[in-house]
Design a protein. Structure first.
Length: 201
């Protein structure tokens, strides 16, 4: 059940990320050429020329995010690691995108436009995750939405898992007890429900 929930989150994140990347590409054009905030010295390029490259932008960016491990399940537990993966993947995607566009079409887009797009993309991806985590955490605070968990295994793995669950209540997990390995003693502070493995043979 937990694995299915993570897969659902992964699909949802991919869809939302792709939508934001496309929107950031359009907003970057608006900021660079339409608002007047940044001087334009060589004329305003046609909007169609930028929109025409949007499928390539989405392909390169989503591939970089996937290859960079942004959608791995363990990123949910490690916020700092997720941000680093987002930053690294965004830079890689930007370098690949600029290279592919120039080598395939010999078209040079505004460097300021690229900088605006990179900033918007990264800040947006981070913000989306903060907002979604907050929403999930609020919904999980409802007792009816929590899942009760019985931990099975030795204390070397149980302790860090319990710590992560405590740091991330948005997962909706409630640890009810622990089933110890044979000959192992209590040491994690979690109540032992069934004793050790021998008790259920």
């Amino acid at each position: 059940m937990l694995r299915e929930s993570f897969r659902l989150f992964q699909r949802f994140y991919r869809i939302v990320d792709a939508g934001w990347i496309a929107l950031a590409w359009v907003i970057a054009y608006w900021v660079r050429f339409t608002t007047g905030w940044i001087p334009v010295y060589f004329g305003v390029p046609p909007f169609k020329a930028y929109v025409a490259h949007l499928p390539l932008v989405l392909l390169v960016w989503m591939a970089a995010l996937s290859y960079g491990g942004v959608y791995r399940t363990d990123r949910w537990w490690n916020v700092a690691g997720e941000w680093k993966a987002l930053a690294r993947s965004s830079v890689v995607a930007m370098v690949l995108l600029v290279s592919i566009i120039y080598l395939s079409t010999k078209v040079e887009f505004s460097r300021i436009f690229y900088a605006c797009f990179l900033c918007l993309a990264f800040v947006g991806l981070v913000s989306i995750r903060r907002i979604l985590r907050g929403l999930v955490q609020r919904s999980r605070r409802n007792v009816s939405g929590s899942r009760r968990v019985l931990l099975v295994g030795d204390n070397t793995f149980v302790a860090p898992f319990c710590e992560n669950v405590g740091l991330h209540p948005e997962t909706g997990l409630t640890i009810r007890g622990q089933l110890l390995a044979e000959g192992e003693r209590e040491g994690t502070g979690i109540p032992v429900v069934l004793g050790d493995y021998s008790a259920i043979r």
